[in-house]
Design a protein around this ligand. Structure first.
Ligand code: SAH
Length: 348
């Protein structure tokens, strides 16, 4: 048996490899190893989630950001970004529309906008939970203090998504300005988990300066941190960022890593991300067929949708929009999957 094939069987049976073995699996990948991994990933997903696909309504609450991440189109120093911030009322309207459409999770994602104080957010979270007690509230608002995370949890937030971006500290420093630290990112993730959030981490595939060894570290991090969710998507350059001339990440490698992640932790919630859908024709379907089980359509008001441009050509309409949930349902059915109306918590 080939080396990669042996590693795939080992991963399927033990859900663990050494960092060096993850690297070998990545570096020596072939269409055959990708096929085997995807087949095993689908079996394990099927055993836990059947054909169910969970959907989350993504509300992009603000593109105002104090940070200056080098890869991101809404970085604070981008003068060409047309800034907006939704009001509490706007957000509640998105929830109302989303609930009607069948969403039972609302994800509030945004830049690190200083006006989203704990007081504002706790009021809003309480109101959403009050109106929709059967729904989960997910936050993705970046780095905050432990006290802040605790207050938001106390108000009713269920989940928090904060990609670790890279498990390699020196790589982290190449992707972020000096005032952001890998240690603080890790502190945030630990706090979130300890406070009882269903916690999501994640990383970009093909971000500038990334190596296979770094991706192997990301996989080992997911194996040991044991998040409830892990969001991965290809890096896509944005024309108004310092990384404008770096090439986009690989769709094929993203799919390969999705299969590996499914085998590392079979119950993991794995989204087929917008970035994947942006870069590949039927990207989300391909993601699902590689092992993903979550899709996060856009519920933001259409007037602001084009303004949340994390990267060039980011999809926001068509089947990517929440209003086109019917289209998404059909597309998922065409690959044997069913979009369910449910909170979609991790099955442990
Ligand atoms: N401010 C929030 C939300 C960030 S946007 C936070 O810090 O968590 C959500 C994710 O989009 C980021 O974590 C990043 O991994 C991804 N992203 C940003 N720019 C990108 C780009 N150019 N290509 C692909 N993904 C990108």
């Amino acid at each position: 048996m080939q080396k990669t094939e042996q590693l795939i069987y080992k991963l399927r049976d033990t859900h663990s490899l050494t960092t060096e073995e993850y690297e070998t699996l990545i570096t020596h990948r072939t269409p055959e190893s990708a096929g085997l991994l995807a087949a095993f990933a689908l079996v394990q997903k099927q055993q836990i989630y059947g054909n169910d696909i969970y959907v989350r309504g993504l509300i992009e609450v603000s593109n105002i950001c104090r940070n200056d991440c080098l890869y991101c189109g809404i970085r604070g120093s981008n003068k060409n970004c047309d800034r907006y911030r939704l009001t509490g009322e706007d957000i509640l309207e998105c929830c109302a529309e989303g609930y009607e459409l069948g969403f039972r999770t609302f994800v509030m994602q945004g830049g690190e906008d200083g006006t989203f104080s704990d007081a504002f957010l706790t009021d809003l979270i309480r109101e959403i939970k009050n109106r929709y007690p059967d729904c989960a509230v997910t936050l993705s608002l970046g780095e905050r203090s432990r006290d802040s995370y605790a207050a938001l949890k106390e108000a009713g937030a269920d989940r928090y998504l904060l990609r670790h971006e890279t498990a390699d500290k020196s790589h982290y420093e190449k992707l972020h300005p000096a005032n952001l630290s890998w240690d603080n990112r890790m502190r945030c993730l630990r706090d979130l988990k300890e406070l009882g959030y269903q916690t999501g981490c994640g990383f970009m595939v093909g971000s500038p300066y990334q190596t296979d060894a770094m991706l192997a570290k990301d996989l080992k991090f997911v194996e040991t941190f044991r998040p409830d969710m892990c969001g991965i998507g290809p890096f896509i350059p944005h024309k108004d960022t310092p990384f404008r001339d770096h090439p986009a990440g690989s769709v094929e490698l993203t799919l390969y890593l999705l299969s590996i992640l499914r085998l590392i932790h079979p119950p993991l919630l794995l989204p087929a991300t917008t970035a994947l859908g942006t870069l590949a024709e039927n990207g989300r379907e391909k993601g699902i067929l590689a092992g993903a089980n979550v899709v996060m359509p856009n519920l933001s008001p259409s007037a602001v949708r084009r303004k949340y441009m994390l990267y060039d050509n980011k999809l926001s309409d068509g089947a990517e929009s929440a209003q086109a949930l019917e289209t998404l349902r059909k597309r998922m059915e065409s690959i044997g999957c069913t979009v369910v109306v449910a909170r979609g918590d991790i099955k442990k």
